[in-house]
Design a protein around this ligand. Structure first.
Ligand code: TUI
Length: 308
């Protein structure tokens, strides 16, 4: 499959891996890139030098292009932005904010910049600032989300900008990819499907929660704090939602989630941890290799798109 996104990314397939905190480390990123997609190292809230080490380890595992995701709430984002240039990273994706202040430096260094947006306004702003493409992410996604669904957001972003659009949120198979292309997207980004991949370092208990999840098993916490996050329901989210209903303040809610993603990903604490996952978790039935995931999804999508 060749199009504007594969031209930009220099990959075989227009498939990008989400930049998920704790999950998107060098082993997963290299596996996705070696399978012909674009692997991503998620800088999340890590110190910049840790990100540099991750980039170096990824280079040892693949000679294919890979990217780094800058989470813009990260207090170390300025340093991560510099390291991306120093290490010659080919592609940057961003999340949870406006990457405007880094755009000129990245563009000057020849980095392909693909901000993740949740609205047409942000997509237009990013195109004006020099973005090469945008990821339009619907609220079906796991983690920090906007308010619009993929089905409504993707065609509106496609109409609002001339740069290519990558669809994210609620995609985990070839039907989802084909549907996104019908809405005008030229690539897809997936998170949850790769959390459950064989090469993902995520604890087996967390992967099992995804594989066993049903359609209605996710919930959005943090709507009262301005940081809505979609994750699978468990004891932590029950307590969180209860506290939110009772009008708990920000610090009280923070106490519940501090370090909770690490608890889930590394320790496999599926009771007190934050199990970030998208609504499409219910569609994921087994742990598969990144190569199998990418080839089956793109083959299925290509077959479906030829029928129309
Ligand atoms: O960023 C994500 N997903 C994430 S980031 C993350 S780390 C985190 N954990 C807890 C609370 C907050 C963050 C976990 N998952 N997806 C991409 C995304 N970006 N979704 C929504 C946005 C977004 C939001 C606001 C993009 C731009 C934006 O602009 C706001 C502004 O500055 O005007």
């Amino acid at each position: 499959m060749k199009n504007r996104i594969t031209d930009l990314l220099k990959t075989e397939y227009p498939i990008i891996q989400g930049g998920m905190a704790w999950v998107a480390e060098h082993n997963l990123a290299a596996a996705v890139s070696n399978a012909g997609g674009l692997g991503i190292i998620g800088a999340a809230s890590a110190p910049a030098e840790v990100v540099r080490e991750e980039i170096k380890k990824c280079k040892e595992l693949t000679d294919k292009p890979f990217g780094v995701n800058v989470m813009l709430l990260n207090p170390n984002a300025d340093d991560v932005a510099k390291i991306i240039i120093e290490e010659g990273v080919k592609v940057v994706t961003t999340g949870a904010g406006n990457p405007g202040k880094y755009m000129d430096a990245w563009k000057e260094a020849g980095v392909v910049v693909i901000p993740v947006v949740a609205s047409t306004a942000m997509a237009i702003m990013m195109e004006r600032a020099g973005a090469d493409a945008v990821v339009a992410e619907g609220m079906e996604s796991g983690g920090h989300i906007g308010v619009t669904t993929s089905f409504a957001l993707i065609p509106q972003v496609v109409d609002a900008v001339s740069i290519p659009v990558v669809a994210a949120g609620g995609i985990a198979d070839g039907r989802g990819m084909a549907a996104a292309f019908m809405l005008g997207a030229e690539g897809i980004q997936m998170g949850t499907r790769f959390v459950a991949a064989k090469e993902s370092i995520v604890h087996a208990a967390y992967k099992e929660k995804i594989v066993k999840a049903k359609d209605i098993d996710s919930v959005v916490t943090g709507t009262t704090t301005g940081h809505p996050v979609r994750c699978l329901k468990n004891r932590m989210t029950k307590e969180y939602v209860k506290l939110e209903r009772e009008g708990a303040d920000f610090m009280e809610l923070e106490k519940l989630t501090l370090g909770s993603l690490r608890k889930a990903v590394i320790d496999g604490d599926v009771v007190n941890g934050t199990l970030m996952a998208g609504q499409i978790a219910g569609l994921i039935k087994s742990e598969e290799s990144c190569a199998d995931i990418i080839s089956s999804i793109s083959n299925e999508a290509e077959k479906l798109l030829k029928l129309v």
